[in-house]
Design a protein around this ligand. Sequence first.
Ligand code: 13P
Length: 255
Amino acid sequence: MARRPLVMGNWKLNGSKAFTKELIEGLKAELANVNGCDVAIAPPVMYLAEAETALAGSKIVLGAQNVDVNVKGAFTGDISTEMLKDFGAKYIIIGHSERRTYHKESDEFIAKKFAALKEAGLVPVLCIGESEAENEAGKTEEVCARQIDAVINALGVEAFNGAVIAYEPIWAIGTGKSATPAQAQAVHAFIRGHIAAKSQVVADQVIIQYGGSVNDANAAELFTQPDIDGALVGGASLKAPAFAVIVKAAAAAKN
Ligand code: 13P
């Protein structure tokens, strides 16, 4: 089954009102004639209003970097699914390694966020991936399986219908040291196979992005791999020309 690729920019803790407008104007110009690839950006939630306005009339879809499990009430500092929907955000990143590490988010807590997003009709972008030590200890598959199983155990494999997984080896994030296409493909094939063991139909349609030092120079080769359905891009998503090269590479490789 042909899967439509998805390239998403995770801006992390970067930007300003002016930067948001400027980057989106640049992306709209660069990507005006690109088809065959879904494109999303996740600015800081502070700038969703500016982003929504700037994106009007474009095919670039709005996303966010996190969400709370609660919908309303006394939860100081949190942002709900309904608030994200209010700004037209669709693709919501959860379980990013930076949140797992700095905010001590557990697999089970992240599964609750996954449930909240499904309940709200939003698309979870579930980040998974092993640390350098786990990689060297040969535990990559075990870690990825555990992180996926937390969702399957809580919600069933069908929860991955219409969802996105981003395989982001922690050792590749922000280091300039991307996984090689073959390394990434091997893990992506494992992830898809792990889901296929429960449901081939769900496995065939789930988008599995690669993330970790994806840039305009290495994206095309990564996208030649059959189980790499796009990318979750950090640093290179902050520059319109570089991000556009990555999107165009996905559109070219997958169509
Ligand atoms: P970099 O592309 O900066 O390595 O970040 C990847 C990432 O964490 C995207 O979520």
